[in-house]
Design a protein around this ligand. Structure first.
Ligand code: HEC
Length: 166
């Protein structure tokens, strides 16, 4: 059998391996001077990724901050006791709509004439009517001015405030 060039020859086999090794070496050198092929590849890929996404590294190794030896456990402050609104605050939010404009016949704030006969009834009556509401000869005074979320005390404060303006 003549040597056709396709038969097995130990020399060719060694040559083939050498050629492959040289190719790999060449590829290494061309792809990333001095750097390993895989290493260079990873560097390029991650570098590109970071550039595109402008991300900060996912893992940042930092030194663990030292915890103070005595950690003071601060007791949360007790919930603030809701202070009753002042007469002026209540008036400005709940009464002003009618008692500033005279809507529905409401006696105006500071109008001494309009309040004279009312004041004569005595403050307790005024307070009771402001809290519970009433229907007078002129119009309707809604209970708490329609603001049922107000406490009796707050409405009483508002009545005092209104009487102070006379
Ligand atoms: C929707 C309109 C309206 C609002 C809001 C309102 N009032 Fe009046 N109020 C009236 C009217 C109308 C009268 C007069 C009724 C009458 O005497 O016929 C009146 C009368 C009063 C009187 C006199 C009572 C009396 O015996 O003469 C007091 C006191 C009073 N209001 C307090 C308040 C206070 C305090 C608020 C807020 C918390 C308030 N009002 C909110 C309409 C209103």
């Amino acid at each position: 059998m003549s040597d056709s060039g396709l038969g097995f020859s130990p020399l060719r086999f060694v040559l083939l391996i050498v050629v492959i090794a040289l190719l790999i070496l060449l590829f290494e050198v061309v792809s990333d001077f001095g750097g390993g092929l895989i290493k260079g590849q990873v560097k390029r890929t991650t570098g590109k990724y970071n550039q595109e996404n402008n991300t900060t590294p996912v893992f940042v190794l930092t030194q663990k901050e030292e915890q103070p030896a005595n950690i003071e456990i601060q007791e949360s402050a007790p919930p603030p006791v809701l202070a009753a609104l002042s007469g002026e605050e209540v008036y400005n939010s709940a009464c002003i709509a009618c008692h500033m404009t005279g809507a529905g016949g409401a006696p105006l704030l500071g109008d001494a004439d309009a309040w004279e006969a009312r004041v004569a009834q005595g403050t307790p009556v005024l307070i009771q009517r402001a809290v519970e509401g009433y229907m007078g000869e002129i119009g309707i005074m809604p209970a708490k001015g329609g603001r049922l979320d107000l406490s009796d005390e707050e409405v009483e404060n508002a009545v005092s405030y209104m009487l102070d303006q006379l």
